[in-house]
Design a protein around this ligand. Structure first.
Ligand code: C2E
Ligand code: CA
Ligand code: CA
Ligand code: CA
Length: 275
């Protein structure tokens, strides 16, 4: 096996080779998707305690010819590994800012906030600040309408550098939400230092809220802690009125989930005030 040379891996296991080939094909297709305009954003509403629509989260979709709508779960990990997440993330920012500018022209939508997912790799690239600034300037969007959703994985690296970058971004006027809260490496000590405006309770905790006392206790604790830290809380994955009632009773500020609306293409999207 040793003298099979540098191509040895090709003959190692046909199934492994098939997986490698498939990955490469997908990477190529994804690169093309970006160039050909097959990526799009869907918008899922967020509602406040009074039931009013206060904004949306932008969620990436791939309209893959012949395959319909592809979920980001299937291509974001590959995009992160290959670095394609950098041009994709840039496109997402540009598109979201352009949407904010469009919303600004209509009294029914001009107060909405738009939340955009930012991957750790994207956040850590040297000119991320410049990119956000450019997206805002080019579009003419109001920076205070833009919210960046970060995950806890960004603080796996140098916390001081992360804080410095957040400060610079905040100076532009954008705000921050910590996504998937509770699922990661949460060091509670970071929470105050990170200049966050908001925590987002992961849907895995919301899902079993009314049946699993552990999840109920975790959600209550997150809400109590956030209140004492002065952080706003959004619950994601709210599907039932029971979940909504529990979250409301424990002081949750905002809600996102199928109970309020599914992610929709912009053409179908209307802010509405009912739950
Ligand atoms: P996430 O940021 O945690 O987004 C929430 C996910 O929950 C979305 O899945 C959304 O469609 C789904 N969801 C919303 N309401 C409900 C509900 O009531 N019940 C259930 N079961 N699910 C609900 P989606 O759109 O498939 O996105 C998956 C993940 O892909 C996102 O998770 C985010 O991590 C990533 N992602 C999406 N768009 C982007 C993007 O533009 N950039 C980056 N870096 N990541 C993105
Ligand atoms: Ca998110
Ligand atoms: Ca989540
Ligand atoms: Ca559970």
């Amino acid at each position: 096996a040793k003298d099979a040379g540098r191509n040895a891996v090709r003959f190692f296991d046909p199934r492994m080779q098939a997986a490698v080939d498939e990955r490469m094909a997908m990477e190529k297709a994804l690169r093309q998707a970006l160039e050909e305009g097959e990526l799009c954003l869907f918008y899922q509403p967020q509602h406040d305690r009074a039931g009013r629509c206060i904004g949306a989260e932008a969620l990436l979709r791939w309209r893959r010819p012949g395959q319909g709508l592809v979920s980001p779960m299937t291509f974001i990990p590959l995009a992160e590994e290959t670095g394609l997440i950098l041009p994709i993330g840039r496109w997402v920012l540009d598109t979201a800012c352009a949407q904010l500018k469009t919303w600004a022209a209509d009294p029914a939508t001009r107060d909405l906030q738009l939340a955009v997912n930012v991957s750790a790799r994207q956040f850590h690239q040297p000119d991320f600040l410049g990119q956000v600034r450019e997206s805002l300037l080019h579009s003419g969007a109001d920076p205070t309408r833009l919210k960046l959703e970060l995950t806890e994985s960004i603080v796996l690296e140098n916390v001081e550098a992360v804080i410095e970058r957040m400060q610079a971004l905040k100076a532009l006027g954008v705000s921050f939400s910590l996504d998937d809260f509770g699922t990661g490496y949460s060091s509670l000590s970071y929470l105050k230092r990170l200049l966050l405006d908001q925590l987002k309770i992961d849907k895995s905790f919301v899902q079993d809220l009314t049946t699993d006392p552990n999840d109920a206790a975790i959600v209550e604790a997150i809400l109590a802690m956030s209140r004492s830290l002065g952080l706003q809380v959004v619950a994601e994955g709210v599907e039932t009125s029971e979940q909504h009632a529990f979250l409301l009773a424990h002081g949750c500020d905002a809600f996102q989930g199928y109970l309020f609306g599914r992610p929709l293409p912009i053409a179908d999207w209307r802010p509405s005030d009912a739950a």
